[in-house]
Design a binder for this molecule. Structure first.
Ligand code: C5P
Length: 230
């Protein structure tokens, strides 16, 4: 599995022009992640730009609503040409199943986000009201999401092993929180290197600032890809 791990470059930007420059700058990295910062400002044209520049698009809009609404949004993203889209596992089995049904017959694959890594166990217990810790909830929700029809899971590198045990070998695991040894951590707290994430079983690693803060983004991409290939 390690030698098939692919890099997804994060376009957390504000304008279509910035996104176009960033897409040029990532050289032969074949994937970009468009999240709701860029999508809320620029909308479908940024997805069309990425596709026309030969990239596959991870449209990371983290849908979480009633099943009918999420299904319609997922269909819209699939028709835009997204290859990956995200839904919150917390939306439940019916929501995930409806989204899966809505993307049938398209190239889009659905990823479920489990517990946000920004939430502490104290918050989960005292404010959200969960009886389990994140370490317990994450693999359980991951298993439920795959059972409901998700094609993969987004999780932190530290959770890869437990998630893989819960979902088996087939579904994709996509992980942010990845930092090459030569890069700063930014606001990421518990990171793994691309190589470590690949060895742990990630199929895709999501990297933003280390690429775009580097003096040569194409060189940063190549270094990360070499690390992923071992
Ligand atoms: O710049 P950086 O490599 O930290 O970007 C990571 C991306 O992954 C950002 O778009 C961030 O929102 C996202 N993400 C994350 N940690 C999570 C979930 C998503 O960093 N737990």
């Amino acid at each position: 599995m390690a030698n098939t791990t692919q890099l997804i470059a994060v376009l957390d930007l504000d304008t279509r022009e910035q996104a176009q420059s960033a897409i040029h700058a990532i050289g032969d990295c074949g994937w970009v992640k468009i999240g709701f910062q860029l999508f809320t400002r620029c909308g479908p044209p940024v997805v069309e730009d990425a596709l026309s520049m030969g990239k596959q698009v991870f449209l990371d809009l983290k849908f979480h609503d009633i099943p009918n609404t999420v299904a319609k949004a997922a269909r819209a993203g699939a028709e835009l040409g997204a290859s990956f889209m995200t839904v919150h596992a917390a939306g439940g089995r019916q929501m995930i199943a409806a989204a899966r049904e809505a993307v049938e017959g398209t190239n889009a694959r659905l990823l479920a986000v489990t517990v946000l890594t920004s939430l502490s166990d104290d918050e989960l217990r005292d404010e959200i009201g969960l009886q389990e810790t994140a370490a317990e909830v994450v693999p359980r929700w991951a298993g439920m999401a795959i059972d409901a029809g998700a094609h993969g899971i987004v999780c932190s590198p530290r959770e890869i092993e437990a998630v893989r045990a819960a979902i088996g070998p087939e579904p994709a695991i996509v992980t942010p929180g990845v930092r090459p040894a030569w890069a700063g951590k930014d606001d990421q707290k518990r990171v793994m290197t691309p190589r470590e994430a690949a060895m742990a079983g990630a199929n895709f690693v999501v990297v933003g600032r280390p690429i775009f803060a580097h003096e040569s983004p194409p060189h940063a991409v190549r270094m990360i890809q070499e690390e992923l290939q071992g």
